[in-house]
Design a protein around this ligand. Sequence first.
Ligand SMILES: [Ca+2]
Ligand SMILES: [Ca+2]
Ligand SMILES: [Ca+2]
Ligand SMILES: [Ca+2]
Length: 279
Amino acid sequence: MIKTSYIKGFTLIELLVAIVIAGLVAGAMYASYRSQQDSYVAQQELASLQQNLRAALFYMEREIRLAGYDPRESGNFGITDIRLRDLNDNLDANGNSSIEFTIDRPPEDGIIGPGDETIYYSIFDNPVATPDGNLDLARRVGPRVGGGGRQLLAQNIIALGLAYAFDNDGNKVPDATPAGNIIWAIDSNNDNSLDLSLDTNDDGNIDTQDNPAGVPLVSPVTVDKIIAVRIWLLARGTTQDPSHTDNTTYVVGHRRITPNNGFRHRLFSSIVKCRNLLL
Ligand SMILES: [Ca+2]
Ligand SMILES: [Ca+2]
Ligand SMILES: [Ca+2]
Ligand SMILES: [Ca+2]
């Protein structure tokens, strides 16, 4: 008896079909893995972006709150410079906001010391010697000339906006519009006095509904009348994602910024009451 043994196998067609199906399944699984991975990476990026921004803003708030601290009532301390600057720290009416102020730290002698009693914030591109195109938040202690120079406070902060509330009529509360909204103003012509109000539609918010040209104040207000500071910080993520589109126009004080460049951005804003300036 001849034994015929068959090896039960696949035909070539079956094999090819199986390979194609396996390939499709693997492809779908990979695509789903990739998209989960991408969204995970994006979330991580966003989390670190927000953390960076929050830390920078917290630092600024805490220090600006002390502006004008003058326990001896010497009259020597306050906000001293609010002009707009370019990245190289030169005056530039199209630049970012900057702020310089003084604090009488212990031993509280009523005299502005050469060290950390003068504080300054602005935007620059660190490292200054070899700029990398990613803008950063700078802080300086000491006077402009002979001080410590600008140091890196936070990376990838691409814009700083500041606006100021003031008490020009001396009634101890911020000057407001007839509608009761606080007037937030900037120094638009770099003479170091406030001249332009930002909430042009007088609804209490500063946003894209307002005319970026602002509304001139009735008369300029000197920096010693400032009692509160509104801060905007716009931060950028570290990785460019070509598939990420963001057409948002960010309102950073007097500026409108529409990056739409594949980077993720976050804008934080807060208001600091300088309790030492309300004497
Ligand atoms: Ca001092
Ligand atoms: Ca940089
Ligand atoms: Ca001015
Ligand atoms: Ca408004």
